[in-house]
Design a protein around this ligand. Structure first.
Ligand code: NDP
Ligand code: 2IT
Length: 450
């Protein structure tokens, strides 16, 4: 059954990128213990329907650069599944964006959003636009052109985009401004807005803080361990990485690494987060090589010097590893090294950063492994809190959002670990997450007919 679905998908998706198939294979294979437990799954063709997006919207984005030259990019929104609520998921602006990458991200989002227990469906969108090196006015012109094409398809009760790689509150602000100018509507059509007009406190921190809350709970429950005084490695230097590092440091962990698309920093004295922020926040995206010039004792390894099919970050000994940059950034070779160096937990902050072979090895060797759809769900959860505040015209204070986030991450951990136990795959949080998420989505799909 699973093989047949995967073969059909391969045929119908002329794919230049395998990430969509990778994500679907993982989910379908992990559903084995549940799929025959309810005859309605077959009767309603749930698996077959689940792997095909409701809609793939593609459009041309035309904008003027600072030299008044016309520039063209591809824009996309993949509305994958809205059984549980309005389509919800981020926008990614990065040259590597293709339909395939966005389909993988939108598919993962269905399950992540289901795990939160909140009423949100799964979607993703973005563009192959590269924000690096663009002026603020170029970013504005691009965001306006992007929204001019996207606005008919979104709405506070229809589809609510947010940020992802290359899209933070600055870009969401510009996108919102254009939506408002075109439609004359002032509602929660986007989340991750600046606090000044409708954003939620703590949305910028939510994904990273949530990752650490999940890790704290998992370590306490599974191993009676804490993060205090432990050496941790984090990859990435963007929104998720920065706030993962911040919360780890608040809990007394010693974070010794971070990275960007060109190289990695090892700082045995603990990452100086203010320096990283100066280089990376506000869309600056300066090179981390600068960090090693500014901070004595730190070492920068450019990407060209990474070991064969491995990454510099994962060569550093640590208690727990937090991949927070991008997909497939932690390979089998990296996993071998982490295990050799005594790493006992891997907590994904990015979406699908660990390759399937690496996950398998971690699980075989008893390393606690948390998939991103469970541990990075705090971002989208606080996005939903933002939708809720917008709809009721309320403003929650920081502590309220923080408490709700912490509680929600504990709930996700509990849901995932109990489900794994119930289906005979104890401590397999990948299968636990996929099964728990699937049950909720499948039930809604059945009850809504077809
Ligand atoms: P940002 O754009 O803020 O940061 C991305 C970071 O990853 C940057 O340091 C960037 O380097 C690096 N990076 C991007 N692409 C590559 C690549 N191909 N190879 C190596 N490094 C790369 O994005 P976020 O922090 O928001 O996103 C990071 C991950 O977390 C993504 O997988 C995203 O899908 C996921 N995520 C994000 C959420 C959010 O709320 N923002 C929520 C849940 C998951 P450089 O500085 O050189 O560009
Ligand atoms: O991958 C993700 O969960 C996000 N990029 C956040 C999505 C959201 O709607 O907040």
């Amino acid at each position: 059954m699973v093989e047949k679905i995967l073969a059909n998908l391969k045929k119908s998706n002329c794919m230049t990128d395998n990430t969509f198939l990778q994500a679907v294979s993982e989910v379908l294979n992990s559903l084995e213990p549940i799929i025959n437990s309810d005859s309605r799954y077959e009767q309603f063709a749930i698996l077959e329907r689940l792997v095909i997006p409701d809609r793939v919207i593609q459009f041309k984005v035309q904008w003027l650069d600072d030299q008044n030259r016309v520039q063209i990019n591809n824009g996309y929104r993949i509305q994958f599944n809205n059984s549980l609520g309005p389509y919800k998921g981020g926008l990614r602006f990065h040259p590597s964006v293709t339909t395939g990458v966005l389909k993988f991200l939108a598919f993962e989002q269905i399950f992540k959003n289901s795990l939160t227990g909140l009423p949100i469906g799964g979607a993703k969108g973005g563009s192959d636009f590269d924000p690096k090196g663009k002026s603020d006015f170029e970013i504005i012109r691009f965001c306006r052109a992007f929204m001019r094409e996207l606005y008919p398809y979104i709405g506070a009760r229809v589809d609510v985009p947010a940020g992802d790689i290359g899209v933070g509150s600055r870009e969401i602000g510009y996108l919102f401004g254009e939506y408002k100018r075109i439609t004359h509507q002032y509602d929660g059509v986007l989340s991750g807005k600046p606090y000044a007009f409708g954003g939620s406190l703590m949305r910028p921190q939510a994904t990273g803080y949530g990752v650490v809350y999940f890790a704290r709970e998992m370590l306490a429950q599974e191993l009676q361990e804490s993060l205090e005084g432990k050496v941790c490695t984090v990859s990435g230097a963007g929104n998720v990485a920065i706030h993962t590092i911040e919360k780890l440091q608040q809990l007394g962990a010693i974070v010794v690494t971070c990275s960007d698309s060109d190289g990695a920093i090892y700082d045995p004295n603990g990452i100086d987060l203010d320096r990283v922020r100066e280089l990376k926040e506000g869309g600056k995206r300066l090179s981390l090589a600068e960090y090693s010039h500014q901070v004595p004792g730190s070492i920068y390894t450019p990407k060209s010097e990474y070991p064969n099919e491995a990454h510099a970050i994962w060569q550093i000994p640590c208690f727990a590893a937090f991949p927070c940059a991008t997909q497939n950034e932690l390979t089998l070779n990296d996993a071998k090294k982490l295990i050799e160096n005594g790493c006992i937990a891997v907590v994904e902050g990015a979406n699908m950063p660990t390759t399937p072979e690496a996950i398998e090895l971690f699980q075989r060797e008893g390393v606690l492994f948390s998939p991103g759809k469970a541990s990075n769900a705090g971002g989208v959860a606080v996005s939903e809190f933002e939708m809720s505040q917008n709809a009721s015209m309320e403003k929650w204070d920081f502590d309220k959002v923080d408490r709700k986030l912490d509680e929600l991450m504990r709930q996700i951990y509990k849901r995932v670990s109990l489900t794994a136990k119930e289906y005979g795959v104890e401590r397999n949080f990948v299968n636990g997450a996929n099964i728990a998420a699937f049950k909720r989505v499948a039930e809604a799909m059945i009850l809504e007919g077809f």
